[in-house]
Every structure is written in C-alpha cells, then in structure tokens.
Design a protein. Structure first.
Length: 103
C-alpha cells in the first residue's frame, strides 16, 4: 500500500472525518536530513464519555502521544464525525494534508 496525501485546503468544509483519520503536518522543524521526514502525523481519536469533541493526537514523530487540539464534533449527534471546516480550524491548512492509503 502507498500513502496518498491530499492538501487540507483542497478538502471541502462539509467533508466528514471519522475517528482514525490521519493527517500530516510538514515543516515542523525537526532536525532531519530530508525535508520529507520533517513532519508529525496526527490521528482523530474519540474521548470516552465526550460527545462534543474528538482529540487530534500525534501518532508519528517526536511528539507521539501528545495531543494537538480538540476538534468540534458535528452538531448532528446521530453520527460522531468532524467536518473539514473543524479540522482546518484546529490544524490550519499550511503544510497540512489528509493521509489516505492506496492499494
């Protein structure tokens, strides 16, 4: 499988993301030889008992395990998702990508 990175600024504001969705933020200032390795990867995670927010947690990089921010869950509580607009607000769009897997 190969990873595909889609610039977050190209994602529609009403696009829905579920828990487990991963995002990459490049240009974080790591002391690495290649700029391709200068990133943190974050994943959306549910918070037990929390119905208003999901947590963006670093899952790859020096800060693994650290939380970046809370992301507001869609007001429609019939599904636990966050929107592209909420992710953009929480992460910013500069050097930030949605990570998807391709076969």
């Amino acid at each position: 499988m190969k990873d595909k990175l889609i610039p977050l600024e190209m994602i529609k504001d009403d696009h829905e993301f579920w828990r487990g969705t991963r995002f990459r933020h490049y240009g974080v200032g790591l002391n690495v030889e290649s700029k391709e390795d200068d990133f943190y990867e974050y994943m959306l995670a549910e918070i037990p008992g929390e119905r208003d927010f999901m947590l963006l947690t670093c899952v790859e990089g020096y800060k693994s395990g650290c939380a970046l921010s809370l992301v507001k869950i869609l007001d429609d509580k019939s599904k636990i998702v966050v929107t592209g607009k909420a992710i953009k607000y929480s992460m910013g769009t500069k050097n930030t990508y949605l990570k998807t897997e391709q076969l």
